[in-house]
Design a protein around this ligand. Structure first.
Ligand SMILES: [Zn+2]
Length: 596
């Protein structure tokens, strides 16, 4: 674990606001509220009419887009500030305040998307074809597709205004419980208190007894919170069930697929290809068991390093590695990534009370993104840094789009992040000289890929089963959910690794499963996509670079099918996804060769 004295960067959020007390924050909230009221009085009742003109709709869209940009700044500031200390009541209160502000603004704006959905079809057909609306065509088409699932305006307003007293409140409670929990680790008879990030890092410890102790401490902490967290999950699943019914979504996954602009058949193709390739996971863990010299692998052996004790990587070295790897692909990546370090757009310390995991927040096209991570000096942290910077690069490159097309949909959002990890992996492999070091690196790469492709697929299956069970059977006991989790995960390992009973509780700290249902398959989609794209880069070299940049620059301006078609990829084709899985199988083959 990284020594507490190693200096890790902390955010400088002053590009957003000077401090929590900055009067500009209050002024922005007031101005945005006024702008929302003015927008409503100007445009309400003027969109869903047969007389609508392209010029009028264009003006409304421009005003709407700029209003949202204005709204996101205080929202982002409060969220970022809160993320680095979820225990600070003042930060929690500010977050809640801007969310309530967001709801009050959204309530005034609800009519607009509803009216877009209800523009009479012949009128829509003629105005949408106008060059004036070219800029917003993708957004408009997407809104029209959502139309069938909208409720009446008064109903939508109530949902918007009560959002923070329903699901979002429960999701925040879940974040706070996990952020605050101190885990009691039994370290040779002495008890040490660790936060979740510190504890999870111990699952990568070379000595089995340390990993086992960390696993016990994790289970123990999760068990203490299990009652509340199970209640939170049941409540969120129930809320989703009710809303899906009201909105006529045929299945728990449908709304996510629609948001992702993916056909359900494509998602089924991707995830079923992954499930069909679980054998690759089992083959690797049989090899890993031999390499570790163990009779049987259990859940806390999954991440055991192959090379024994690994030296800590200081953050400055991680930065140099990542920038060097980016530079081999294109100097443009370095130019974009450097300011993240120089201008303190990264918060890397694994501090108590800080949110676990990592994220990159791209806010609006005219603001730069921010990266949060919990750096503990492990090789996988270098990969996480590359991953989040990949997101940051994507955000910066997509900044030529208007806000409504700025963010890529989730399945595309993992493209640049995963690609960045590949670049760092390749760079590291070139710098190593011995086969044993190469094998250790390759194994950690394989495990990282498994975590993204197969583990996320297994989580997706867990979510499908959990939501279905909640709908069929009502409120689910923790033990029931534990059983579903265990079954979905064990399926992936086959007979190569036995998950102990402890592991059944480990769904209780996965944030995506709780707060963003069915998010996880986007990771599998993204990684398999990038494995295939990366293979092309290796074939085509420099020719590929510009086409790749154009993909990133497009942001969320088109559906995944359309964006990838421009690269000659058919996402409905099972063989394309199998190609990604074949790449992973190739990595395992290479590990087997190196091990010999
Ligand atoms: Zn990511």
């Amino acid at each position: 674990m990284i020594s507490k004295t190693d200096s890790l960067p902390k955010w400088d959020l002053t590009d957003l606001y000077a401090s929590r007390e900055d009067p500009q924050l209050e002024a922005d909230l007031t101005a945005t509220r006024a702008a929302a009221a003015a927008f409503e009085s100007r445009y309400r009742g003027t969109i869903a009419t047969a007389e609508l003109t392209a010029g009028h709709l264009r003006a409304a869209l421009d005003a709407y887009e700029s209003l949202l940009r204005q709204e996101y700044r205080p929202q982002a500031y409060a969220m970022l500030l809160y993320s680095t200390d979820t225990r600070d009541a003042g930060r929690g209160a500010l977050l809640q305040r801007v969310r309530e502000f967001g709801s009050s603004v959204a309530a005034r704006l609800v009519f607009f998307e509803l009216e877009i959905a209800r523009i009479p079809t012949p009128t829509y057909a003629s105005v949408a074809a106008s060059p004036e609306l070219e800029r917003y065509r993708h957004y408009l088409e997407h809104q029209r597709r959502l139309a069938a699932h909208y409720l009446s305006e008064p109903e939508e307003r109530i949902l918007v205004e009560t959002a923070n007293a329903r699901g979002q409140a429960f999701a925040r409670l879940f974040t706070e419980i996990n952020g605050r929990t101190q885990y009691r680790l039994d370290d040779h008879g002495e008890t040490r208190e660790l936060n979740q990030s510190e504890l999870l890092a111990l699952l990568y410890h070379p000595e089995r007894e340390h990993r086992a102790a960390a696993a016990r401490a994790l289970t123990d902490g999760l068990q203490r919170n299990a009652h509340v967290c199970t209640f939170v999950y049941n409540t969120l699943m129930h809320e989703k069930d009710v809303l899906d019914r009201l909105r006529s979504y045929p299945s728990p996954e449908t709304s996510r697929h629609l948001d992702n602009e993916l056909d359900p058949e494509v998602v089924e193709t991707v995830t079923s290809v992954c499930t069909a390739n679980y054998g690759t996971v089992a083959r690797y863990y049989h090899l890993k068991r031999e390499l570790l010299g163990l009779d049987q692998l259990v859940h806390y052996d999954r991440y055991a390093p192959i090379a024994g004790e690994q030296s800590e990587i200081p953050f400055a070295q991680a930065r140099d590695l990542v920038l060097a790897a980016f530079g081999q692909f294109s100097p443009r990546l370095v130019e974009i990534a450097e300011p993240f370090f120089e201008r303190r757009w990264i918060d890397a310390e694994a501090a108590d009370g800080k949110r676990g995991g990592a994220f990159c927040a791209g806010i609006t096209p005219d603001l730069h993104p921010y990266v949060l991570m919990n750096y503990t000096g492990q090789p996988r942290d270098v990969m996480t840094l590359a991953h989040e910077l990949g997101h940051g690069i994507h955000d910066v490159m997509a900044a030529g789009n208007h806000l409504l097309d700025y963010h890529p949909v989730l399945p595309m959002a993992e493209t640049a992040s995963t690609f960045a990890e590949m670049l760092v992996f390749d760079h590291l492999q070139q710098t190593l000289t011995s086969d044993s070091e190469r094998l250790a690196l390759l194994c950690s790469r394989i495990e990282g890929t498994f975590a993204t492709v197969f583990r996320q697929t297994a989580m997706f299956r867990f979510e499908q089963n959990a939501h279905q069970a909640r709908r069929d059977q009502g409120e689910l006991a923790t033990e029931k959910l534990n059983g579903l989790w265990q079954a979905a995960m064990q399926d992936m390992f086959g007979d190569s690794l036995t998950l102990g009973d402890d592991h059944g509780w480990w769904w209780l700290y996965i944030p995506h499963v709780i707060s963003t249902p069915f998010y996880v398959y986007a990771y599998a989609f993204g990684e398999l996509l990038v494995l295939s794209l990366y293979a092309r880069y290796q074939l085509e070299g420099a020719d590929f670079v510009d086409r790749y940049f154009r993909l990133l620059e497009a942001g969320g301006a088109a559906s995944p099918a359309c964006l990838l078609q421009r690269l000659g990829v058919d996402i409905a084709d099972r063989a394309f996804w199998q190609g990604g899985c074949d790449q992973i199988r190739g990595l395992v083959d290479r590990a087997q060769d190196l091990a010999r």
